[in-house]
Design a protein around this ligand. Structure first.
Ligand code: GDP
Length: 190
């Protein structure tokens, strides 16, 4: 599947008509710094369309990008920022939870991890939320370029034990490893 067009459509913080349009939503979620924005830019073949969570202001809203005039790539706020006050961090998790509680046309969740770090308690909690909502989940283990083959397979095994039943795809936003596999999975939604 080729990316033919990408257009930024909207940032939302609460309910909005865009949620209920008849377009499949691919929702990207992950702890801050796992490379979620880098991954989205890699998938979309754009350099910096999706802004890194490191930029203030971009972190607290849900951003919708229209892809191939057919799908929404949805960039959710990163969670687990060490340098944000606790109440703000809690608000962000609530916003993510709210989004996944909304009934939409079709949705697939892409939960992004750092393959080297693996899932922590917050990631496992996010996985539980998605599973309880019966979301289709793809786990993307990013930054695979930081590990050798043996380390990669060890980490993938560990992630699978902590997040059973989900498909886990190793990838690197830096080298584009895994890009085609992820896109293929995403567009199975048609
Ligand atoms: P976000 O907070 O999850 O959106 O993460 P960013 O996309 O801003 O990336 C966080 C840091 O990880 C940046 O310094 C990126 O350059 C780096 N990074 C992202 N993806 C990769 C990757 O695949 N490999 C490596 N080695 N670094 C990456």
């Amino acid at each position: 599947m080729e990316i033919k067009s990408v257009v930024f459509r909207k940032s939302i913080r609460g309910t909005n008509d865009i949620l209920y349009e008849e377009k499949p939503q691919i929702a990207f979620v992950g702890r801050s710094n796992v490379g979620k924005s880098s991954l989205m830019n890699c998938l979309l073949n754009r350099k910096d369309l999706v802004k890194s969570g490191k930029f203030p202001g971009k972190t607290r809203e849900i951003n919708f990008f229209l892809v191939n005039e057919k799908y929404y790539f949805v960039d959710l706020p990163g969670y687990g920022y060490a340098n944000l006050p606790l109440d703000v961090r809690e608000q962000l998790v609530k916003m993510i939870q709210w989004y996944f509680f909304e009934k939409v046309f079709k949705r697939k969740a892409v939960l992004v991890l750092d393959i080297k770090v693996g899932p922590n308690e917050m990631d496992i909690e996010m996985f539980r939320i998605l599973r309880d909502q019966r979301e289709e989940v793809i786990i993307v283990a990013n930054k695979a370029d930081t590990l050798n083959q043996k380390e990669r397979s060890e980490q993938l095994k560990m992630i699978a034990e902590k997040m059973p039943g989900a498909e886990i795809i190793p990838c690197s936003a830096k080298t584009k490893l895994g890009r085609d596999t992820i896109l293929k999975k995403i567009f199975e939604l048609e």
